[in-house]
Ligand binder design. Structure first.
Ligand code: SF4
Length: 444
């Protein structure tokens, strides 16, 4: 008997801010997420699949003409409400729905209320298996895989399925997964079961060789964590003569040998989690390995070597009082962070800090659509939720005033146009952010 063709929709839902396209999130300034192309690459070759990828940040679900038999949705906490609405609509029409990703891994029972199948943990083994089971009409309610996941021989993402014009680049890649640190606000250690996984260097280099253009973007949350692995990876990147961008901790960059290799291997931009400009807040966030006294010199070395920095700062740590906003804004101007980003402490459901704050009666918001790190969902210790929210908005506006932008990017020689453009994108975002209240954030 001939096997039936499966019409499969791989769906990445977007929260209201991304769906309604605010400021720097307009499609021309986004790089391609890897989730959908990676899931597409995991589809067993012998299955007959009619495939559609939908990244809601770029394309409206209402504009597609595709009637799926099966929808697989990758869900983050901030997009979970949206994902549930879409899933419920599909299921009403008799379409089967699979959910996986960060949020279903942390709250599988909740996701199961809106899905026929929930993938908990890694998708590498579960996703191909559930497709085979679907074809046999035997898909299970849960596929759980949280053990060791060797990253050797993972497939190359199906970038050919993307429309290049939708993104600033489709050259996104991963080298590692997870993180061995335990920063209080971070969901990563709990999603990847407190482990850190490394891909074989040769596999990464071979994948990079398949990419068009002269650049590559590592989207690993903590690329340079393991010194030996980092040295090997960066050394292997040198002969490729590509520009690369990625995320790094400060502690990695304070290691001179690593910093030299970062420079030598063609790094042009880093996203760095500074989080706070005071050591007491860093300690309260369990990120004491950042060292405020070293920030300025590190920034100077990076700038002197043509490396631009997207620096992230977080407000609302237990040690933060109302002075944190002004102090941070002055600091980012002084050390010339090229592209600062501000967020508020967000205790993700399913993590120990969420339970701890819940016990202390400090969780004030249970609509996950508000868990986008730009809305206050808990009671801070040394200020009110309103003061935290207003301080966040003030910091964004102040930092993206024309005066501050020019103060920060003066002296920038390399990629000045890009830095200016992205700053103006963030300026637009900073002005719009206060308008994104609960009414809008929870719009379906
Ligand atoms: S914030 Fe960064 S360093 Fe800290 S746990 Fe998360 S990924 Fe690791």
């Amino acid at each position: 008997m001939e096997k039936e063709r499966i019409k499969l929709l791989l769906l990445l839902p977007a929260d209201a801010i991304h769906r309604f396209k605010v400021g720097n999130f307009k499609k021309s300034l986004r790089y391609a997420p890897i989730t959908l192309t990676y899931l597409a690459a995991l589809i067993p070759k012998d299955l007959d699949i009619d495939l559609k990828l939908l990244d809601e940040g770029n394309e409206s679900i209402n504009s597609i003409n595709f009637e799926p038999d099966l929808v697989a949705i990758s869900v983050m906490t901030g997009t979970s409400s949206r994902a549930y609405t879409l899933a419920d609509n599909y299921r009403k029409k008799g379409v089967k729905v699979v959910m996986g990703g960060v949020h279903p891994t942390l709250l599988p029972d909740e996701a199961a209320l809106h899905a026929d199948t929930v993938v908990v943990g890694f998708a590498e083994r579960s996703f191909p298996q559930l497709l085979i089971d679907f074809q046999k009409g035997k898909m299970k309610k849960f596929y759980i895989d949280r053990e060791q996941m060797p990253l050797n021989k993972i497939p190359i993402p199906r970038r050919d399925l993307l429309n290049k014009k939708d993104y600033i680049t489709i050259n996104t890649i991963i080298a590692t997964r997870g993180c061995p640190n335990r920063c209080k606000f971070c969901v990563v250690p709990y999603v990847w079961n407190k482990k850190y996984f490394r891909r074989p260097i040769n596999d990464i280099i071979n994948e990079i060789k398949t990419l068009e253009g002269n650049h590559v973007v590592f989207i690993d949350v903590n690329l340079l964590e393991d010194d030996n692995y980092t040295r090997e990876l960066l050394t292997a990147l040198i002969p490729l003569k590509k520009y690369w961008f990625g995320l790094s901790t400060i502690k990695a960059l304070l290691n001179k040998a690593i910093m030299n290799l970062v420079i030598k291997s063609g790094c042009k931009g880093l996203l760095i989690g500074f989080e706070s400009v005071t050591n007491k807040s860093l300690i309260s966030l369990n990120k004491g390995f950042n060292n405020v006294a070293k920030y300025a010199n590190m920034m100077k070395i990076l700038h002197d070597n043509g490396i631009r920095v997207n620096g992230t700062f977080l407000f609302g740590a237990d040690a933060d009082d109302k002075s944190v906003f002004e102090e941070t804004v002055k600091f980012v101007d002084r050390i010339k962070i090229d592209l600062p980003r501000f967020s508020v402490f967000t205790p993700y459901p399913g993590t120990p800090i969420f339970k701890e704050l819940e016990k202390q009666d400090r969780i004030i918001e249970y609509d996950w659509a508000m868990y986008d790190v730009e809305h206050v969902v808990f009671k801070p210790k040394l200020m009110s939720p309103k003061e935290l929210e207003e301080g966040l908005h003030w910091a964004w506006k102040e930092t993206y005033s024309i005066k501050s932008i020019f103060k920060r990017i003066t002296g920038t020689t390399s990629i000045l146009g890009v830095i200016l453009l992205t700053n103006l994108g963030y300026k637009y975002y900073a002005n719009k952010l206060p308008k994104y209240n609960k009414f809008i954030m929870t719009q379906e």
